[in-house]
Design a protein around this ligand. Structure first.
Ligand SMILES: NC(=O)c1ccc[n+]([C@@H]2O[C@H](COP(=O)([O-])OP(=O)(O)OC[C@H]3O[C@@H](n4cnc5c(N)ncnc54)[C@H](O)[C@@H]3O)[C@@H](O)[C@H]2O)c1
Length: 373
């Protein structure tokens, strides 16, 4: 089988999930090309060597520019903080590499447009890593909605809640700095439920939102006693209307004590409803309004059968899977796209559309008005 060399930039949280995916994918899925964990890149030479050893990469680099230029590399996998996505992706496109980029695609709509233009001009395969699309239960929900099982969609209701910065002494890490992260809970986790809304229901037409920063200053890391300004949102609420007339209601927060990575989605249509809860991610709840009156109620689909998306590649029915598997599914679909030479959704065009929704919500929050996408 033909193999392709991967160059991965950034090796921390997402770097670990992606490394695991590259290592696992051909062991479980019928990949058309075998990925080779060729080079991992990070700025600290000692730390990147340790990461390479732990995560299974053959070589290391300390400058992403060198990886992007390396003629041996076929795929660039971007797992760095948000302020570097555009420069790396545009250079990778110019060098003719296939690109997998973490979300949010960019810092601004303008950056996202430049990234899309670059991959289009170069004709390279590209994908943004909205891995939650590839949870079997979410992919199953998509299948059912596309088949018309829910009828006309009235409501998309989603919340993505975390609680890791409630303590005001939590330091001013990159995710709380606007110049590195772009935004806070908004681009980090609201972006995911916006993407899932676009995936499951359709394009948003207009939005009304409010971004809030509860803790305005935090300790600067490594500068004892000094505080710096928090320049991103801590939480964001959004109302919206999809082009197909469905209503959208989103909440994303890093201030929901007790909620660690809590994603709940409910979709109500004219024929039925679906409910998903990430903490019980192998299940999809389905209410079918055509059920006989004496047995109506939510049924509980354990999405682990061969009939369900991705699930059959893993274990026998009922043997559940987890978070890391969503990245394996993502790279499987990405590798198929690379082999065919065709982009795979979510593409950079999806990343740009997501960025437009994020920007519209920010504008709405500033102007206190509804904003058209
Ligand atoms: N798909 C998801 O669910 C998901 C989850 C978390 C994070 N993310 C996204 O993944 C990206 C990385 O987030 P993370 O949680 O892994 O952050 P992290 O802080 O754990 O890791 C960031 C990595 O980027 C590296 N880095 C930063 N600038 C660099 C540069 N100029 N050159 C080389 N390396 C550089 C850092 O050294 C580090 O290895 C972000 O865009 C984030 O939004 C996606």
């Amino acid at each position: 089988m033909k193999s392709l060399n991967v160059g991965m930039i950034g090796y921390k949280f997402m770097g670990r999930t992606h490394s695991n995916a590259w290592r696992q994918v051909d062991k479980f899925f019928p990949v058309p090309v075998k990925p080779v964990l060729h080079t991992v890149c990070g700025r600290d030479p000692k730390a990147v060597k340790a990461a390479a050893k732990q995560l299974g990469w053959q070589k290391t680099a300390t400058r992403w520019q060198d990886v992007v230029k390396d003629p041996e590399i076929d795929i660039i996998d971007i797992n760095t903080a948000n302020d570097t996505h555009a420069a790396i992706a545009i250079a990778a496109a110019k060098a003719g590499k296939a690109i997998l980029c973490e979300k949010p695609l960019a810092m601004t709509v303008r950056e996202a447009e430049a990234m899309l233009a670059a991959v289009k001009k170069a004709g390279v395969v590209h994908m943004i890593c909205h891995n939650y699309r590839r949870i079997p239960a979410i992919a199953q929900a998509k299948k059912m909605i596309a088949a018309g099982d829910l009828g006309r969609i009235f409501h998309y209701r989603a919340r993505y809640l975390q609680d890791w910065i409630v303590n005001p002494e939590f330091p001013l890490v990159w995710r709380l700095q606007g110049k590195v992260a772009g935004s806070g809970a908004h681009g980090d986790i609201n972006a995911h439920i916006i993407d899932l809304g676009r995936f499951l229901v359709g394009e948003l037409d207009e939005v009304c939102g409010h971004l809030e920063t509860f803790i305005k200053e935090r300790p600067i890391e490594g500068a004892k006693g000094k505080k710096g300004r928090v320049t991103v949102d801590d939480a964001v609420i959004t109302l919206g209307r999809f082009k197909n007339g469905a209503l959208c209601n989103l909440e994303a927060s890093r201030f929901a004590l007790g909620r660690k990575n809590h994603i709940q989605i409910e979709i109500n249509g004219s024929k039925g409803s679906l409910v998903f809860d990430f903490e019980d991610m192998n299940r999809l709840k389905y209410y079918n309004n055509a059920d006989p009156a004496d047995r109506m109620g939510y049924r509980d689909i354990l999405v682990t059968e061969g009939a369900h998306p991705y699930a059959g590649a893993w274990w026998p029915p009922g043997h559940i899977i987890g978070y890391e598997h969503t990245f394996v599914h993502t790279v499987f679909d990405f590798l198929k796209a690379v082999a065919k030479g065709k982009p795979v959704a979510p593409t950079f065009a999806d990343g740009l559309e997501n960025q437009k929704v994020l920007a519209a919500i920010e504008q709405s929050s500033k102007t206190r008005r509804w904003v058209k996408i």
